[in-house]
Design a protein around this ligand. Structure first.
Ligand code: SF4
Length: 403
């Protein structure tokens, strides 16, 4: 069995090279060939000794993921379906913009969290991806698009003054990245490494549904930008949308965000908020979010204050969810409440709609080991979504209070 060199960050590649009797600078050369030049053929690595190239050929490989499909949206978004074996496939999405290219990467085949509004969650969970499978998504996209799109400044290829196509990585594809922590961190380190992809910490974002202990570990191990899927201003509503809230309620989640901030590359946390018609989208919900993030908890309780930005996400409906997208007027009114309170709020542009590549639509192919569909259907019957009419007084209280 050969070793997959995409599984290694530079530190572990150095350790592996040392077992071959090679010094660190050889590991650096090899790392640069793989990640900066996209090389998979050891014979082409001309500045490595011939004997080392022979050893690598015998014992190692750069294991790319087989591409099952590549779809291009009218708006330039590209979606790949990668085969990860055992009947599973994961999706990766590239979103080009005028000033940057963003890649949305998957961390698991499926997801065990089971958020009500997410296609991946409805598919259930099969397994964690390895570090190599996470890194292979960036490796493939960066080097394939660089070759396809031509020199800097041409089309949606690298921008003038830049040699790369992917400027931002967001761990927002299939899976909860912080439930695959051991594989995630070496992948993040490879994205950040100057000998790898050289992305800044600000341009690598981990998005989580709120795995509190792992937020604390990420702060210590590799503090990149953090996005938290909030989706509700109180525990009752959030539990009906994000089941993980039962384990890590909002107060604990905000506490972890507050602890993360001193190490974070930005001085705010991004809160993702999926706008669901009649569920979490009225102005009382928005006012409750303002109180929640500005340190106004229940009377007499010390409450975290979390400088933040809100990203409002138009819901992308799918039949099994039983949910509906909020109207544009409702989204704008909601955004206005947050903005009036001084919170920077953006409404995410929907990209790649025509190829099902928009947020919450990634489904891939998952051999579910968790009976997620049945579980979600049961929860849908037993725990109905808590819809709150506008001006409901209950939302004025703190997290944990039912509306
Ligand atoms: S939103 Fe994220 S955490 Fe929730 S089910 Fe989907 S992939 Fe998993």
């Amino acid at each position: 069995m050969t070793v997959n060199l995409l599984d290694f960050d530079l530190e572990s590649l150095t350790a592996w090279c040392e077992t071959l009797g090679e010094k660190r600078f050889r590991a650096v050369q090899l790392f640069r060939w793989i990640h900066q030049k996209g090389a998979a053929d050891f014979a082409a690595m001309s500045d490595l000794a011939k004997s080392l190239r022979g050893t690598l050929q015998e014992h190692a490989e750069v294991r790319a993921l087989p591409v099952l499909s590549e779809q291009r949206s009218a708006d330039g978004t590209v979606k790949w379906l990668f085969d990860v074996g055992g009947g599973n496939a994961v999706e990766t999405v590239f979103i080009p913009e005028d000033d940057r290219g963003t890649l949305c990467i998957s961390s698991q085949a499926g997801c065990a969290v089971g958020c009500r509004f997410c296609s991946t969650g409805h598919q259930g969970f099969s397994r964690n991806l390895s570090t190599g499978e996470i890194v292979a998504q960036l490796w493939h996209v960066e080097h394939t698009l660089r070759a396809q799109l031509g020199p800097a400044g041409a089309g949606s290829g690298p921008r003038p003054g830049s040699t790369r196509v992917v400027d931002n990585v967001v761990m927002m594809g299939m899976g909860e990245p912080l439930q695959n922590y051991a594989a995630l961190v070496p992948a993040l380190r490879t994205f950040l490494d100057d000998h790898g992809y050289g992305l800044s910490r600000r341009r690598v974002t981990v998005s989580t549904s709120g795995v509190v202990p792992m937020i604390d570990r990420l702060r210590e191990d590799c503090p990149v930008a953090l996005a938290v899927s909030l989706h509700a201003p109180d525990d009752v509503l959030r539990e009906s949308l994000v089941p993980l809230n039962r384990k890590y309620p909002i107060a604990e989640l905000l506490g972890a965000c507050e602890r993360y901030l001193p190490s974070a590359p930005r001085d705010f946390i991004t809160f993702e908020y999926c706008m669901l018609a009649g569920v979490n989208d009225n102005e009382e919900h928005a006012r409750a979010l303002v109180r929640l993030t500005q340190g106004q908890g229940p009377a007499g309780v010390a409450w975290p204050r979390v400088p933040c930005k809100f990203n409002l996400i138009p819901f992308n409906p799918f039949p099994a969810s039983g949910l509906v997208r909020s109207s544009r007027e409702r989204v704008l009114a909601f955004a206005a409440v947050l903005q009036d309170a001084g919170i920077v709020t953006t409404v995410r542009k929907t990209r790649g709609d025509d190829i099902d590549a928009a947020c919450g639509q990634l489904a891939g192919e998952v051999l579910d080991r968790t009976q997620a569909a049945e579980r979600l259907a049961r929860r849908r019957d037993v725990v109905p979504i808590v819809a709150v009419p506008p001006r409901a007084a209950g939302l004025a209280s703190a997290p944990g209070s039912a509306a």
